[in-house]
Structure formats: structure tokens, C-alpha cells
Design a protein around this ligand. Structure first.
Ligand code: ATP
Length: 229
């Protein structure tokens, strides 16, 4: 698909272990609210900043594809899974920047919990040269209000200084470098919750798309500690 050159492209990285309605509403609401021409969901290959995913990449990728099927506004990009080695966001963003050109606005979409840990990411300060960052609320984590900067580490709060954007229109004014908090429908859903429910034989229905649940059942994922390998 040919995009107008200033149309921002949104990027949502995650382990997606499994993908759920929290991720999907985040992607859909970011696409609409931020005026994104495209929203790419990027399943992590080997996430360096958390426990090794329970399910292999091929399953997490398949579930993400099932979840967005039928929605032309959301795409799954396997860029991190295709490249061997740790999934550092800064490397993925550099590759995407090369692919999409130096002037296209890129918007990395994060839940506020993920943003709060940004200063622990590999070469995190370089991210601001590669992309804008849009931060959504997640139950227990809000990127709004006067208390927000206080929950950030001093170095991250300092990096935010002078980068806050007033509205989504500002995303088109530069290819990278801004931070934009935005509101999404709060959904207290996490992949951890879903894995725990399934592990204990409980229903996870209505927390994630039915085709993903069917895939989980067919592949016997999340039943026990070493399932899905
Ligand atoms: P886990 O429970 O395994 O840690 P998770 O549900 O937090 O997983 P991730 O794949 O780690 O999901 O999250 C990817 C991105 O999606 C992160 O930026 C995270 O903040 C965001 N996100 C996940 N769930 C929600 C939600 N319910 N509301 C808002 N943002 C979310």
C-alpha cells in the first residue's frame, strides 16, 4: 500500500504471549486517535527485558495474525522474529527507519507501564532520534496529570523535558522525537492473567479473540510450565 509521505506509521511491540483485547484496543484506539495511516503489531523475538516467553515465536506470531484478521487497519510485522538475536527496540526501529525512509513520522505506541521502564531499555535515548512515542493509560498506570513525571526515573523525566506534544497533529510535524500521552478505554487485561487462567483450567473467554483461544486449545498452549515447545 502506498502511503502519503507524511502519514505517521504506528508500531506496537509486545511479547503477545498471548495477544489479547488490551493489545488490540490499544492498537485500534491509537490508530484512530493519533491519525495513523498504518498500525503494525510487532511480536518480539527474544525479549531482552523480561522472562523468556512461554510460547515460541511461531505460536505468538500465528496468534497475532489470527487476532488482526479482517481488520485492514492493523498489520502484523514479523521483523523481530525474522532477525536472529535479542529483540532490542532500538535495532528494530533502525531497521524500520531504513525501510520507511528518513522523513516518515514513526510512532512507537506503549502502555504507560512499559513507558515507565523505558530508561532500562538498551540504548533507550537513541529511540527519540528514531521515533515519536505515544503513551496510553493502563489500569494502575496513567500518563496524565501532575503526578506522572514523579513516577518516572529522574533520567527519563529529564528526557521528557521539551518533548511533550500538545496533540496528534504535532506527530506530522517531525519524523521523531515527541512524546504524546493519549487516552484509551481502560482494560485490566494482561497476558499474565490469561496464562494463569488457562494454566488453572479456567475460562479466558471474552478477554481475547475466539480464534486465538481456539488456536491455544489446538496447540495445547499454557497448560503447564513447558507447554507449547
Ligand atoms: P505480560 O502480562 O506477559 O507481561 P502484557 O499483557 O503486559 O504481558 P505485553 O506483550 O508485554 O503484554 O505488552 C505489549 C504492550 O502492550 C506494552 O506497551 C503494554 O504496556 C501494552 N499493553 C498490554 N496490555 C495492555 C492493556 N490492557 N492496556 C494498555 N496497554 C496494554
Amino acid at each position: 500500500m502506498k502511503l502519503p509521505p507524511d502519514a505517521p506509521v504506528g508500531l506496537l511491540g509486545g511479547t503477545f504471549d498471548p495477544i489479547h483485547f488490551g493489545h488490540l484496543r490499544l492498537a485500534e484506539e491509537a490508530r484512530e486517535t493519533l491519525g495513523l495511516a498504518q498500525m503494525r503489531l510487532i511480536p518480539a523475538g527474544e525479549p531482552p527485558h523480561r522472562d523468556t516467553p512461554r510460547s515460541p515465536a511461531r505460536h505468538r506470531l500465528a496468534m497475532a495474525r489470527l487476532a488482526v484478521a479482517g481488520n485492514p487497519g492493523l498489520q502484523v510485522d514479523d521483523i523481530e522474529i525474522r532477525h536472529a538475536g535479542p529483540s532490542y527496540s532500538v535495532l528494530t526501529l533502525s531497521r524500520l527507519r531504513e525501510q520507511l525512509g528518513p522523513t516518515r513520522p514513526l510512532v512507537l505506541v506503549l502502555g504507560a507501564d512499559a513507558f515507565e521502564g523505558l530508561a532500562t531499555w538498551h540504548r533507550w535515548e537513541e529511540l527519540f532520534e528514531l521515533t515519536h512515542i505515544a503513551v496510553a493509560n493502563r489500569p494502575g498506570h496513567s500518563p496524565h496529570g501532575r503526578r506522572w513525571p514523579q513516577v518516572l526515573s529522574p533520567e527519563l523525566a529529564a528526557a521528557c523535558d521539551g518533548r511533550m506534544l500538545a496533540d496528534a497533529a504535532a506527530l506530522r510535524a517531525a519524523p521523531a522525537g515527541g512524546i504524546l500521552p493519549f487516552d484509551m478505554t481502560p482494560l485490566a487485561i494482561s497476558a499474565t492473567l490469561i496464562r494463569d487462567l488457562l494454566h488453572h483450567g479456567h475460562s479466558a473467554r471474552y478477554l481475547l479473540p475466539d480464534p486465538v483461544l481456539d488456536y491455544i486449545a489446538a496447540q495445547h498452549l499454557y497448560r503447564d510450565a513447558d507447554a507449547g515447545t
